[in-house]
Write a protein that binds this ligand. Structure first.
Ligand code: BJW
Ligand code: ZN
Length: 246
């Protein structure tokens, strides 16, 4: 595998590195990407139509069944070489921020420390009634009751993820925007379709970062970045990481 020398030079010299990941990073771990064709039971639903407050208001049980199915898939998954290469990279970099859109927590499991989960987590729940209870973690598979309820008010609980039309968590979004002030911004395994996360690479470029994309396919970001490399993240990331090790 050959990498453009300009990428390797920039990576070696970079003091501040920011990486944005999407579902493609977890594909090799067996977690379906968001826009993959849904399988079996879910083939007739568009994920974009399930991941909305409107869908949940209309059919909370159906939406919870979809999340329960995904929790059971993710529970069996382990971090792959792409997640692990990012952990190694963080250890060597003077400043490293990983922004992930993934809700599978595989970066947490791999051991990344400076991690911003901008779309939440499949393993967290919150109160749909917003009774004031804070978000809680529930890693049981299967869930004890479906749909689950809020431990404080006994009303309906919701998955602790960010749906279309909802605001991203303020602290994470602000920190992600600050991390656009970097030397290298790498976007990996994301379709670059969902905002505001998809806008971060443009912001980094505007602020002078060298920008690169690693993805199996061409995305709307490909033409904007300084360098687009096509291939699987679980091969590209460990390979890059090895080449920039002193
Ligand atoms: C591989 C690979 C391998 C595969 N190796 N690569 C500006 C312009 C237009 C629209 C908007 C805008 N600003 C906001 C919007 C609206 C909306 C939006 O972006 N819509 C667009 C779709 C048009 N955004 C929102 O609503 C956001 N909220 C917001 O902006 O609030 C502000 C506001 C609030 C109230 C009023 C007014 C304003 C919220 C977005 C939340 C997204 N949530 C989801 C669901 C999370 C929960 C769940 O998982 O169920 O997040 S949607 C879904 O997409 C999920 C993902 O994190 C996200 C991104 O997907 P990702 O990771 O890119 O996955 P895929 O499947 O799309 O792509 C996989 C890629 O991997 C592919 O490219 C493959 O090629 C590649 N690949 N194998 C390398 N081995
Ligand atoms: Zn409640």
């Amino acid at each position: 595998m050959t990498f453009p020398p300009e990428l390797l030079r920039c990576l070696v010299a970079a003091q501040r590195v920011t990486v944005l990941t999407g579902a493609g990073v977890s594909a090799e771990s067996g977690v379906p990407t968001f826009r993959d064709a849904q399988t079996g039971l879910w083939a007739k639903f568009k994920p974009e139509e399930l991941a909305t407050p409107t869908a949940f208001r209309r059919e909370p049980r159906l939406v919870w069944e979809w999340y329960a199915w995904r929790r059971q898939l993710v529970a069996k998954a382990n971090p792959n070489p792409a997640h692990l290469a990012l952990v190694e990279w963080e250890k060597r970099a003077s400043s490293f921020t990983l922004i992930t859109q993934n809700v599978d927590d595989l970066h947490v499991q791999a051991g990344t420390e400076n991690l911003l989960r901008v779309h939440g987590s499949l393993w967290e729940l919150s109160c749909w009634q917003a009774c004031g209870a804070s978000t809680w973690r529930d890693e049981s598979v299967p869930l004890q009751t479906l749909p689950p309820s809020c431990p404080a008010c006994r009303g309906l609980a919701r998955p602790g993820v960010v749906w279309f039309g909802e605001s991203l968590p303020t602290r994470e979004l602000e920190a992600a925007a600050a991390a656009c002030d970097c030397d290298v911004f790498l976007t990996v395994g994301t379709s670059a379709l969902v905002y505001p996360a998809a806008g971060l690479v443009h912001e980094a470029k505007r602020r002078g970062a060298f920008t690169a994309e690693l993805n199996l396919e061409v995305t709307p970001a490909s033409a904007e970045v300084d360098l687009a490399i096509h291939g699987p993240a679980d091969e590209l990331l460990p390979n890059i990481s090895r080449r920039i090790t002193p």
